[in-house]
Design a protein around this ligand. Structure first.
Ligand SMILES: [Zn+2]
Ligand SMILES: [Zn+2]
Length: 329
């Protein structure tokens, strides 16, 4: 897809096109392709009004192509929407994988002039992710997701972020939504919206600026922009069979009708939250953060592994870290 075809011209500048975008029926050169993706993100931000009341935005970055591309795209758009961006990386202690991620993120945040906070899970609670998996006997991906959400939310609250930007792209969102639907997990399904509203003092608002961006486009964007991303595979990389077949089905439908995924995502954005009315949020009795039944996932896990809930202590540590860093309030 990246070799220039001299017979096909870029719609914007007439130079040989390097990319054919089927869903938009567009041929573009590399430069206009990357600009097109940045504008897709800008349009998504505006379509769902993600920029309203947004002054300070926290981005969680893992070092993978999705979050690194998001960081580059948003740092390009930040002056248009007058937002201040800060980023957070959680070092999960996955040896080479984490070391490589950290160096990539430090380099990128310097290049982009974006303050970056790195929090090590080991420093925060005394264990790395592999140690927690071993001790708790819980599946690594759900553990990793829960820990990242918890820490990201705490940092968002401590720095007074108006929102947290997540790196989920179109293909992720639709395959998760379809999986939730197949399992009739309607509470999770209802969260597959472009914006999850926050609760003052308890949960930061979350936005998904890549809601209408295909994974393959992000991959190409990162390649064409020479964005350094972590090369090693996550040692726990795993995709469950339901998400895998949901993804396959969505890919087939997209092949048959280019643009299918985008129109589905817009319907999902309108309808997903209607499936659950008035879901009650109960605050965790140990740390005061959101939970479904009175004890949050983080306190439940630390209680199991360490014998006592560590939510409050983690928040205290994060508060000190934020106070001593360059992006405190
Ligand atoms: Zn062009
Ligand atoms: Zn808790």
């Amino acid at each position: 897809m990246i070799s220039a075809n001299p017979r096909v011209q870029c719609k914007k500048c007439g130079r040989p096109a390097t990319v054919r975008i089927r869903y938009a029926k567009l041929n573009l050169c590399s430069e206009h392709f990357t600009e097109y993706i940045e504008e897709r993100v800008a349009k998504t931000i505006e379509r769902y009004k993600m920029h309203s009341d947004l002054k300070k935005l926290l981005i969680g970055v893992s070092g993978g192509k999705d979050s690194m591309s998001l960081l580059y795209i948003l740092s390009k758009l930040k002056s248009r929407y007058n937002i201040e961006i800060v980023c957070l990386h959680i070092d999960l202690g996955l040896n080479n994988y984490s070391e490589e991620s950290k160096s990539i993120i430090i380099e990128a945040s310097r290049e982009l002039g974006i303050p970056c906070l790195i929090i090590s899970l080991k420093d925060l609670i005394g264990y790395t992710l592999p140690e927690l998996v071993e001790k708790s006997k819980r599946p690594p991906c759900s553990l990793c997701g829960m820990l990242k959400r918890y820490v990201l939310n705490l940092v968002g609250l401590e720095i007074g972020a108006d929102a947290i930007a997540l790196g989920h792209h179109l293909d992720d969102i639709l395959s998760f939504a379809l999986k939730d639907f197949l399992l009739q997990d309607l509470v999770d399904f209802s969260k597959m919206t472009p914006i999850t509203p926050g609760i003052p003092g308890v949960a930061a608002k979350r936005i998904k600026p890549l809601y209408e961006v295909y994974e393959s486009d992000l991959e190409l964007y990162a390649k064409l922009k020479n964005i350094r991303v972590v090369g090693a595979n996550c040692p726990f990389k795993y995709r469950d069979p339901i998400t895998t077949s949901a993804r396959k089905m969505l890919d087939e439908l997209e092949e048959y009708a280019p643009g299918f995924k985008i129109s589905l995502s817009r319907k999902l954005a309108r309808n997903a939250s209607r499936y659950v009315q008035g879901e009650s949020i109960i605050l965790c009795k140990y740390c005061g953060m959101p939970s479904s039944n009175g004890i949050c996932g983080f306190c439940k896990l630390t209680m199991k592994v360490m014998g006592e809930p560590k939510g409050r202590e983690a928040r205290e540590k994060i508060r000190k870290l934020v106070d001593s860093s360059s992006f405190s309030n």
